[in-house]
Write a protein that binds this ligand. Structure first.
Ligand code: FES
Ligand SMILES: [Fe+2]
Length: 393
């Protein structure tokens, strides 16, 4: 799925081992050689109702997705001041903007006159002002109400009170987190500083968003997440695509609550390969896969990184926003060709393999079979993730 050509481009071309954090480097050095990998068997299961029950879904919504800030997009999508995008993935109409001083802000996408959406699609725009389609009230992208048509016709209209409704937002290693519920201050305690530092070392905030695509899946969000937490399916579900690039076992895992970092050697990996060439692209040797609290997946590939936000909408429905990011925009036709081919292939692998697996599992579980899902030692991360999640529920 990836070409062996080096991309001739200035700036950060590749990530080398020495560009990673000490913690990432230590994790990579713990990956055993393919021949020495051991899998520890486990006994674990979960009731199917965690994927099919309305009550469980409602508790997750209240205690996780509305209680804590959640990932909504990438700061790389808005690289310059004056950029703004609407976002609907969680079912809450949002506007995310980068103000003149470079700050990322989040608002409810609703005019303070009568609630009309200011932006009706989710295209990225570069505009200093937002004008309501209904009666043309105008807002700055910092949320201030700057213009009211026929303002003399309003008695005692306080423009300060009619600013856009702002939500607490933060950039976390290039991922924009927003607290969707406006009651009470945000609790940032579940986000991992280790993961943030890793994402900075991977260059996520300064990346170029090559492509993004939204999927609307008939599956519970945890079924969509599961394949990104286990290596068991890779050689099987992906037998015809990327399966041959990965081994079953040699993985090093670090856990920070609901945040999980997995690093695995690609096929034929030997620890001695790490020090053979200090300028080598580390993504050629190992793959990083992260779950960032609670529903953001990051997977590295040789020339690009995939970021996915898995947004629960109903018990059996999840909206996924997929981003393919690259160190920079393609500067040569060769690079463009590699990116273009990678984008098509990765959408095919995730869309037609991993996401399809989630949908066909939902189908059986919704029919009550099996009554409990069962996990093996190659799926232990799923169980650890669920244990961390259950502590918050
Ligand atoms: S609803 Fe926006 S100006 Fe009237
Ligand atoms: Fe997969």
């Amino acid at each position: 799925m990836e070409s062996a050509v080096e991309l001739a481009a200035p700036g950060r071309k590749v990530t080398t081992l020495s560009m990673l954090t000490p913690s990432q480097q230590a994790a990579i050095r713990k990956i055993p050689a393919e021949a020495e990998a051991v899998v520890v068997p486990i006994e674990a299961s979960r009731p199917s109702t965690i994927f099919t029950g309305q009550e469980r879904f409602d508790v997750e919504q209240a205690r996780i997705f509305r209680h804590y800030p959640v990932p909504v997009t990438l700061s790389a999508l808005l690289p310059e001041p004056g950029m703004v995008v609407a976002h609907e993935g969680y079912g809450v109409p949002l506007l995310i903007s980068r103000t003149r001083d470079g700050e990322i802000k989040a608002f409810i996408n609703a005019c303070q006159h009568k609630g009309a959406k200011l932006l009706e699609d989710c295209e990225v725009r570069r505009q200093g002002r937002l004008s309501c389609p209904y009666h043309a009230w105008t807002y700055g992208i910092d949320g201030s109400l700057v213009g009211v048509a026929r303002s003399e016709a309003f008695l005692n209209l306080d423009k300060e009170e009619r600013r856009l409704a702002e939500l607490e937002a933060r950039q976390w290693g290039g991922v924009v987190y927003v607290k969707l519920d406006r009651d009470g201050p945000a609790d940032w305690s579940q986000l991992s500083e280790d993961v943030r530092d890793d994402f900075l070392a991977l260059g996520i905030p300064d990346s170029h968003v090559y492509g993004r695509k939204t999927f609307d899946l008939k599956a519970n969000w945890k079924l969509v997440l599961e394949p990104f937490l286990e290596g068991y399916h890779v050689q099987r579900l992906h037998a015809a695509s990327i399966g041959k690039l990965f081994q079953d076992a040699p993985t090093c895992v670090d856990r920070f609550g609901c945040n999980i970092r997995q690093v695995s050697g690609r096929i034929g990996y030997e620890p001695s390969m790490l020090d053979a060439d200090p300028d080598e692209n580390v993504h050629k040797l190992v793959t990083h896969a992260y779950t960032a609290f609670p529903n953001c997946v990051v997977v590295t590939s040789q020339y690009y990184t995939s970021v996915m936000i898995l947004m629960p909408r109903e018990v059996g429905r999840t909206v996924v926003e997929y981003f393919m990011i690259t160190p920079e925009a393609a500067t040569t036709p060769k690079a463009e060709e590699v990116f273009e081919r990678s984008y098509r292939l990765i959408l095919d692998v995730f869309g037609n393999e991993d996401f399809r697996a989630a949908e066909i599992s939902q189908s059986g579980l919704s029919a009550g079979v099996p009554a409990t899902t069962v996990y093996c030692g190659l799926e232990a991360n799923i169980v650890h993730y669920y244990e961390a999640l259950e502590r918050l529920l």
